[in-house]
Design a protein around this ligand. Structure first.
Ligand SMILES: NC(=O)c1ccc[n+]([C@@H]2O[C@H](COP(=O)([O-])OP(=O)(O)OC[C@H]3O[C@@H](n4cnc5c(N)ncnc54)[C@H](OP(=O)(O)O)[C@@H]3O)[C@@H](O)[C@H]2O)c1
Length: 259
C-alpha cells in the first residue's frame, strides 16, 4: 500500500516542493491550501499517485477543523505543517485580524492538526510530523537595525520549535517522530506576497530546503537548519537553553535583590 502524506500550503513554495518530493517518492497525497486552481493543477500534474485536494483556510476555525478531520481519519504517514504568512509589522500597527490570522495559521493550525494526527500514528506505531518554522525563531535578541519588525511572526516560529522539541521527547519509543525545519531565506512567493522584493538577496531553493529537512530526519535531528553549515551552532543553542533552564532555583537571584 502507498504511503500517505498531508501537506498544508501545498499551492506554492516550500509546501509544493514537499508535495512534489513525496509524489516523486510514490506517496499518495492530501494537499491543502486556499487556491483551488493551484490544488487542481497539482492533482492533474501528478496522475501517477492519488492526490486529494482540500481547499481550506487555516486562519479559520472551520478550516482548521475540516483539515483536522483528515488528520484524525486518514492513516497519515507524514503530516507537514507548512502553510504560513509573515505580516512583518510593528506590533502597534499590526491589525488585529492579521495578528489573529498569523497565530491561527502558524500556531493554532499546526497544534490542532498534530493533535488530530498523533493518536492514530501512535496506534499504528509509525508516523512523522514535520513543522516548517524558520531561523527567525532564534532572532529575538537581534539588533533591530538589521531585522524587519516581526514580533508575532518570530513568536509563532519559536512556538513551533519548542513544541516540536518537547513533543519529540514525549513521543520517544512510540515510532512517531516530530521534526521542525528552520529555513533561512528561501525563494518562494512568501516575501513578494507582502510586497517585499527579496530578489537581490541570495536565497535557498525550496527543493534544497526540502532535501535538508528530509536528510535532517534521516540524521536523527529534531531541529534541522538546512542553511546552517556548522551543526554545533544549534547544539550550542540547545545546550545553553538547558543550562539556563537547569540553573533556576526558588531563591531570588542575587542581582534582583534590592541593594
Ligand atoms: N520563504 C522563506 O524565506 C521562509 C523562511 C522561513 C520560513 N518560511 C516558512 O515556510 C512556510 C512556507 O512558506 P513559503 O516560503 O513556501 O511561502 P509561500 O510561497 O507564500 O507559500 C505559503 C503557502 O501557505 C499557504 N497559506 C497561507 N495562508 C493560508 C491559509 N490561511 N490557509 C491555508 N493555507 C495558507 C498558501 O496557500 P494559499 O494561498 O493557496 O492558501 C501557500 O501554499 C511558511 O510557513 C513560512 O513561515 C519561509
Amino acid at each position: 500500500m502507498s504511503k500517505l502524506a498531508l501537506v498544508t500550503g501545498a499551492t506554492s513554495g516550500i509546501g509544493r516542493a514537499f508535495a512534489e518530493r513525496f509524489a516523486a517518492d510514490g506517496y499518495d497525497l492530501i494537499v491543502v491550501g486556499r487556491r483551488r486552481d493551484r490544488l487542481a493543477a497539482f492533482a492533474s500534474g501528478h496522475p501517477g499517485v492519488r492526490v486529494r485536494t482540500v481547499a481550506a483556510d487555516l486562519s479559520t476555525e472551520e478550516g482548521i477543523d475540516s483539515v483536522a478531520e483528515y488528520c484524525a481519519g486518514e492513516p497519515l504517514d507524514v503530516l507537514v505543517n507548512n502553510a504560513g504568512v509573515s505580516h512583518y509589522m510593528p506590533l502597534a500597527e499590526l491589525p488585529a485580524d492579521k495578528a489573529r490570522e498569523l497565530v491561527n495559521v502558524k500556531v493554532l493550525a499546526p497544534t490542532l492538526l498534530m493533535r488530530a494526527a498523533v493518536g492514530g500514528m501512535q496506534q499504528r506505531g509509525t508516523g512523522t510530523l514535520i513543522n516548517v518554522a524558520g531561523m527567525i525563531a532564534f532572532s529575538g535578541p537581534a539588533d533591530p537595525s538589521v531585522m524587519p519588525r516581526r514580533a508575532v511572526y518570530a513568536g509563532t516560529l519559536a512556538h513551533l520549535v519548542a513544541m516540536t522539541q518537547a513533543l519529540s521527547a514525549e513521543l520517544a519509543g512510540t515510532g512517531v517522530r516530530a521534526h521542525v525545519v528552520c529555513p533561512g531565506v528561501v525563494a518562494t512567493e512568501f516575501h513578494s506576497a507582502q510586497g517585499l522584493d527579496m530578489s537581490a538577496v541570495p536565497r535557498m531553493s525550496a527543493e534544497d530546503l526540502v532535501t535538508g529537512a528530509l536528510r535532517g530526519l534521516e540524521l536523527g535531528e529534531v531541529v534541522s537548519a538546512p542553511g546552517v553549515e556548522d551543526p554545533g551552532l544549534l547544539q550550542d543553542v540547545f545546550a545553553a537553553d538547558l543550562a539556563a533552564f537547569g540553573g533556576q532555583s526558588p531563591q531570588l537571584a542575587t542581582r534582583y535583590r534590592s541593594s
